[in-house]
Design a protein around this ligand. Sequence first.
Ligand code: HEC
Length: 220
Amino acid sequence: MRKFLYLLFFFSPTILFSAGEYRCGLMECDNFEANVSDKASLQRGLSTYMNYCYGCHSLKYSRYKRVAEDLLIPLEMYEDNLIFNGSKIGELMEISLSKDDAINWLGAYPPDLTLEARLRRPDWIYTYLRNYYPDSTRPYGVNNKVYQNVNMPHVLEDMQNSLSVAEYDQVIYDLTNFMTYVADPSAEQRKRIGTYVLLFLVIFTSFAYMTYREFKKDLK
Ligand code: HEC
C-alpha cells in the first residue's frame, strides 16, 4: 500500500496534466508550433506588437536592448522605428497607461504580457486573436470565443478585414511567435548550450571509462 502511495505521489503531476484537457474557451485550441529561431518572423511579430498592443500592454520584464540584440536589429534602427514614447534603449519596456485610467476607459486593466505565453499557452494566444466575432450586446460590438466577454476591443479588426485569412493568420502567427520568445528569451540559447553539454558528457564519459580500464589492468 505504501509503495502504491509513493508511486501515486511521484506520478501525480503526470496524472493531473493528462486529466485536464486543455481548451480555448468555447473551442478547441488551434495548432500552434512556435519557431523562435525564425528571426524574420520574430521581427515582424515585434513590429505588430509595438504598433498595435504596446499602447495598452507593457512588456515590463524585458528591455528594448535585449530584444533588439536577440532579434538582430541594429540598436539605432530599433530606437528610431520601434520606440515611440521617448524611452532609452536600455530601459524596461514599460508603458504609461495608469490603472485608474484603464479601468475608466476600458473596464479592465490590460495585463503585462511578458509572461503571457507561459501563463496561458502560445496556442491559446494564437486562437484568441483569431476568434473575435460581432456581438451587438458588448460595448465594442465584438466578443471572443476563447475569452468570453473580454474587455479588449478587437484592435486588429481593420487589418483582419483588409487581409486574406491566410495573411491574417500569418500576422498572428508572427505575433504569437514573438510573445513566445519574449516569455522565455533564453530558450534558444539554452537548447544550443544543452546540446554541447550532452556532447561533452558523452566524450568525457568515454575518456573516464578508458582511464578506468587502464587502472583496472594494474589491479589484477
Ligand atoms: C485599447 C487597449 C488594448 C490594446 C491596444 C490591446 N489590448 Fe489586449 N487587453 C486589453 C484589456 C483591457 C484586456 C483585459 C481584458 C479583460 O480582462 O476583460 C486585454 C487582454 C488581453 C489578453 C488576455 C490576458 C489574460 O487575461 O490572460 C491578451 C492575450 C491580449 N490582451 C493580447 C493583446 C495583443 C496581442 C494586442 C495587440 C494586437 C492587444 N492585446 C492590444 C486592452 C488592450
